[in-house]
Ligand binder design. Structure first.
Ligand code: ASP
Length: 422
């Protein structure tokens, strides 16, 4: 996999969206061949069906069997998202999620149950791994819709969820590396008395020291620190990347059964190194997830702050209610994000968004602001309707989103022997 997202801006950036035009055709090639006519207005569409973010792929088979066997739609969706929540190696959700700036993992989740038209949500929850299930418990065991912070944690414990340390060694070391990276202005990291101390690789670029050289030095310093912190050689560059560009990651899942019942849920550890207490879009009913039994279900992963401002999932479901296809409905929500920045590509290229959309008749779509994070690494949705597959999302704009702040190409020799995780 490639490291930099820089190779993106070749392109049609300026033209494509200013005009508000979707640039990719439907029926894009999927991993297992051509995608079906997934967004056609008329059916028949297959049911039952589950649509989710691609990090749920490995958990779809079980959930689909459960749904096909008569299981509830929300329980099926929760089975999918619980997989990454339990997985210590998925550092974007649940156990092992990257922590906030104080080194504490804080999780967000929400769910909507179509058949009973109920919703539950939790935000900024510490010490409880399966926050998606806690959001369901809020829905079933309280008269509220949303609980946050310490109250949500105490509620979860009262309901029997175990308190556990969610910070894995892997995530703790990346967080520490992030702390030390910022230590030019504080007391974290080795001090002046350290025999290996070196002045930080910052300062203005010059003819003698071009920007690329400064970056190389910065990356090499960070890699050396990663080694000191005990991060394995093959994971060092990925850790450095996460420090320089705090990543996001989330999973959404929507499920529809053959009785036309539909539900959805979303769960995340949110933006890495966020301010304590920050809630993204994922626990916001109407932004990170929205399900209406009469219409369909939608959910989101990506730049949470942007999605909140367009109430993405709700916008999409309402668009479908008014006759748009899933794909049109999703692209319209993305255009609202573009509109919020007046089409300014210098800002839009630093954000991204993927929507997962399932209409009540089984039509579905995955749409994204950009094609992916880097060439050969497109945004995908995972689908199971009897046939498990990953499909490339239809992007509004051609090209790749870029990390913020802008980053130069990583020299090839620095990439050697690294497992790049993006
Ligand atoms: N939307 C999530 C958040 O902002 C992160 C993500 O999906 O990548 O918390």
């Amino acid at each position: 996999m490639t490291f930099s997202r820089r190779d993106f801006v070749k392109t049609s950036l300026l033209g494509a969206v200013a005009a508000g035009v979707g640039t990719q055709a439907q029926g894009e090639e999927s991993e297992q061949g051509a995608a079906p006519e997934r967004d056609a207005q008329s059916g028949p569409h297959k049911r039952p069906i589950i649509v989710c973010a691609n990090n749920g792929y490995a958990h779809l088979e079980n959930a689909f069997a459960f749904l096909k066997g008569g299981g509830d739609t929300l329980d099926a969706a929760l089975k999918v998202v619980k997989g990454p929540e339990d997985d210590p190696d998925d550092d974007s959700v649940g156990l092992g999620g990257l922590p906030n700036e104080e080194g504490v993992v804080e999780l967000d989740a929400c769910c909507m149950h179509g058949p009973t038209r109920r919703a539950g949500s939790v935000g900024g929850v510490r010490n409880i791994k399966n926050v998606s299930l806690v959001s369901k418990a809020v829905m079933e065991h309280t008269g509220h819709v949303m609980l946050v912070g310490e109250g949500a944690e105490r509620f979860a414990v009262a309901l029997g969820f175990p308190r556990e340390n969610l910070l894995t060694e892997h995530s703790r070391k990346i967080w520490l590396l992030w702390k030390e990276f910022h230590s030019t202005k504080d007391w974290w990291g080795p001090g002046l008395a350290d025999p290996h101390w070196q002045p930080p690789a910052t300062g203005p670029a010059s003819k003698d020291k071009p920007q690329s050289e400064l970056w190389r030095q910065r990356i090499e310093d960070l890699q050396a620190r990663a080694a000191d912190l005990g991060i394995e050689p093959e994971h060092r560059l990925a850790a450095v990347h996460k420090v320089l560009f705090p990543q996001t990651g989330t999973i959404h899942c929507s499920a529809l059964n053959d009785k036309d019942e539909i539900s959805g849920c979303t769960t995340t550890s949110g933006l890495a190194f966020k301010l304590p207490g920050r809630c993204g879009d994922s626990p916001i009913i109407g932004a990170g997830c929205y399900t209406d039994q009469d219409v369909g279900s939608a959910g989101a992963t990506g730049s949470g702050e942007e999605n909140i401002k367009v109430a993405g999932a709700h916008t999409i479901v309402e668009n479908m209610r008014h006759g748009m296809s899933p794909q049109e409905a999703g692209l319209d929500a993305l255009k609202r994000i573009v509109r919020n920045y007046n089409g300014d590509m210098n800002k839009l290229r630093f954000m991204d968004m993927t929507y997962y959309i399932l209409r009540k008749d089984g039509a579905y779509a995955g749409v994204s602001l950009w094609e992916g994070y880097s060439k050969g690494n497109p945004h995908k949705i995972a689908v199971h309707d009897g046939n498990l597959r990953a499909e490339v999302a239809v992007s509004l704009m051609k090209g790749y989103s870029q990390e913020y702040p802008p980053f130069p190409d990583i020299p090839e020799d620095l990439k050697k022997g690294s497992v790049y995780l993006k």
